[in-house]
Design a protein around this ligand. Sequence first.
Ligand code: ZN
Ligand code: ZN
Length: 353
Amino acid sequence: MDAFLLMEPLDLARWRAEALARGRVVAADLESTDEDRMAAGALEDRAQADLAAYQMSFFVTDVLVAWLLVSPLDSAEQDRATKAMGRLVEYASSPRYRDVQALGDALTDALRPVYESPDILVRFSHAGGLPALFNDWATSVAKDGYCKSAVRSLPVNAWEHQTPESLLGVMKGLVDKISDAGEEVVATKLFTGVIYRIYSRYGLEPFERASTISDSCILFYFLHRRISRKPAAYRSHDAIRVLLKKYTNIPEAIRRRHGWGILTVSGRWDCLEYYGCVFANCPERTELLELKVRRQRGVCNPDAEARLYRWGDETRMCSTCKTVSYCSAACQKADRIFHKSQCKAKDDMETDV
Ligand SMILES: [Zn+2]
Ligand SMILES: [Zn+2]
């Protein structure tokens, strides 16, 4: 049984693997038809309903966790515990298992004894398990229960031995937490504590690396920019907390401008309708949309790309509500009759980012 659980490449979620692979192919193929998409969808449904894999993951992870809980009597048992930890981290981090709700929740459930034992949690963290914990804190059924308690009581030494990849995984979890719980979560004691732990041990580099994780969340971009300006001012937990409080007060218009800045060139062409000037009949957008059509026909024009970037970047925001922005005074004036009714003043906005 040891060999079976520790050495064999277990095939716990075969349907899931196929569904993921097919989904990727269909998404990447510009000529995929509705039929292709439906077939991929059917495979996905099958993966979701793969009860055998669900049961199996319960069984396998329970045994692995049990091997961690007993104190090893000899070097063979010690070796088994080390291998079991590696396997557990592998299952707990793999999207192949975690992206299926039922499977993911079964794994979270099986991980509970790990999350509730500070000792084992430290070993789990050192073996690369922190991203799994933060993923569970963001999205699992127990996100407000024992997963939250585990984050809260995470021993300081659990943060030792983290790699750039594991830190990136943790920060992906934090981005998911923000989209699940809302921006306010950033200013909580728990969240600021995590950011402080990362910064005090690993410096600014993890934040810089995470700056482009998501164009809808600019937290790490903000942290990197702000702290690199005055590194000496952010050595304490309190200072980090004050900074994160400011983050929750960044106006929508500035968030959108940053989102535009970190998009790729083709991302900007794709998102022309969602960023930039909010005036529906903006003449510059109309012209850019024409350039986009020519670009799709293969007419290459580097000037157009610079023009596109400027249009989304050099915007002026409505100084009263700070939620919308315009590419010109003319657009702002023309939009006045539409915007008037939604325009409300907000206090204490953080406009220096
Ligand atoms: Zn405009
Ligand atoms: Zn306004």
